[in-house]
Design a protein around this ligand. Structure first.
Ligand SMILES: [Ca+2]
Length: 149
């Protein structure tokens, strides 16, 4: 009886641990995904592709993608007056002089990463980032990464 109880408790703990983990992965919660005004946000990935809907540009917020050299930078988030509810158009950025040159000209607060819209805009003005246009339209949630993760 005692052994059965221990086995049952172990099984419950194992199921709870696995269940918690697999639920998070099944929900598609990302790790840190992109910056908004220097704050890291994450998202729940959704299999949406809204390209070709013909929706006007103002119904989207912009995510600038650096092609993987650093997290993307988004222009809005929940609580911002211009937030469009998680409808995004992704602009790919080319870095014609390299990432180090972009940081040198545009990392305004010298924290080693381009993490605000102002820094992206500075990079575009300096020519160290070049907007390649919209490469994707999609929907995803936006949530601040908890401080303890
Ligand atoms: Ca910065």
């Amino acid at each position: 009886m005692r052994t059965r109880t221990r086995i049952a408790m172990f099984a419950l703990a194992t199921v709870a641990a696995l269940g918690g983990t697999s639920t998070a992965h099944a929900a598609g919660i990302s790790g840190p995904a992109f910056y908004v005004d220097g704050v890291m946000y994450r998202t729940v990935a959704t299999p949406t592709d809204l390209s070709g809907t013909g929706a006007p540009a103002q119904s989207w917020d912009t995510i600038y993608s650096f092609g993987g050299v650093q997290p993307s930078v988004a222009t809005s988030a929940p609580g911002y007056p211009d937030f469009n509810g998680g409808r995004w158009m992704v602009h790919a950025l080319a870095l014609p002089h390299g990432y180090a040159a972009l940081l040198a000209s545009s990392d305004l607060n010298h924290d080693g990463v381009i993490d605000t819209t102002a820094e992206v805009t500075t990079g575009l003005s300096a020519g160290d980032a070049v907007d390649q246009g919209v490469v994707k339209y999609f929907v995803c949630t936006v949530n601040k990464v908890p401080a303890n993760s």
